[in-house]
Ligand binder design. Structure first.
Ligand SMILES: [Zn+2]
Length: 88
C-alpha cells in the first residue's frame, strides 16, 4: 500500500511492503541504494521529518494515513519479523 507517490505535493514515495517494512522509495537522502526500509511507523515518521527539514515536501495526507494505520502496520511488521508470515 502506498502512502505517498512523487507528485506536485510530495517529494517522497512511501509504501508498506508485504515483506514487513515501511519503505521510502527513491529516497533522496539515502546513503544506500536509494531506498530506505524501516521496521516501525515511528522510525518512518522520524525519517520523513528529516526529509521535511531538508526542504522536501511531505504531504499531510501521507502523515495522517501513516498515523491512522500505525497499529496495523507495526503489528504486521512484528509478525513478519517473528516469521509468522512464512508458514503456509
Ligand atoms: Zn527517504
Amino acid at each position: 500500500m502506498s502512502y505517498a507517490r512523487f507528485s506536485e505535493t510530495s517529494d517522497v514515495y512511501v509504501l508498506a511492503t508485504f515483506s514487513g517494512s515501511l519503505q521510502c522509495c527513491g529516497c533522496q537522502i539515502s546513503e544506500s541504494a536509494g531506498s530506505e526500509h524501516f521496521d516501525s511507523t515511528a522510525k518512518m515518521l522520524e525519517h520523513l521529518g528529516e526529509h521535511a527539514l531538508g526542504g522536501d515536501r511531505v504531504s499531510d495526507d501521507c502523515l495522517s494515513r501513516l498515523s491512522r494505520d500505525r497499529q496495523n502496520n507495526d503489528d504486521y511488521i512484528a509478525e513478519q519479523a517473528a516469521g509468522l508470515g512464512l508458514s503456509q
